[in-house]
Write a protein that binds this ligand. Sequence first.
Ligand code: NAD
Length: 262
Amino acid sequence: MSVSLDLTGRHALVCGASRGIGHAAALAIGSLGARVTLLARSPNLLEETAAALSSDGVDADFVVADLDARDDLMGRVDAVLEERGPIHILVNNTGGPPSGRLLDASTDDLVVAFGRHVLAAHLLVQRVLPGMAEAGYGRIVNIVSISVREPIPNLGVSNTIRAAMAGWAKTLSRELPPGVTINNVLPGYTATSRLDELKHAISERTGQTAAEVEAGWTAHVPEGRIADPAELGAVIAFLVSPAASFVRGVSLPVDGGRLFCI
Ligand code: NAD
């Protein structure tokens, strides 16, 4: 059996693809030969990413949609299925919830985050699954967080929602048909606008400079640095490839060794 990363003939829908980890995932998946449909809210950034992919010879398009407006989202995904055919690869990814203590979060904060992460992913899986099952090939990757293993202080809503997402995905890994896998990627510190926002929020709260906050983070990472989003993209691309056919229901930290737990 040969090891294949070739995604020729496969169609990927990558959510939250306008920047950060989703953007890097779209580039990496495109580089393996898949057709890529990008999804996010900002048409300008999506257009730029689609143009970058196209200039590398990738069949790329985008759909402007908000994971918080799920009826509209489903209509737009139906249009993608109609125009660009079945989706074989789904990357569930979106912005992380704002920082703060869980005790200070309102129930609305929790409901919004649950909707954006779990409900949107659930609806998307239900919609794309028939095409995956028919093709005998499906790859679902959810971008979650290392907080699935170890809650992160002051990310109360995020910690709660990530655990829900992990339970949802593990359950589905037992229900999806053979050939259709679902896995979670757990990013550690990754250089994106999300991390910048968190860094400045901590800096304001603690009085540390942004550089001190970052040094405090990297001190706990055996690789001694923050990840480039492309390093996450590479792992996501592997998980959606034929080579990862027997990887199912895992939560894979991509954190430079930061987590202590096994
Ligand atoms: P990011 O904020 O840089 O990018 C998020 C992407 O999701 C963007 O394309 C944004 O436009 C899109 N998005 C946000 N809300 C949306 C909505 N309602 N509808 C559609 N698209 C929406 O984030 P990132 O750093 O790339 O992180 C991706 C995920 O990984 C997040 O859930 C984040 O919390 C998690 N994560 C990131 C890090 C890190 O260090 N960057 C660490 C752990 C977990």
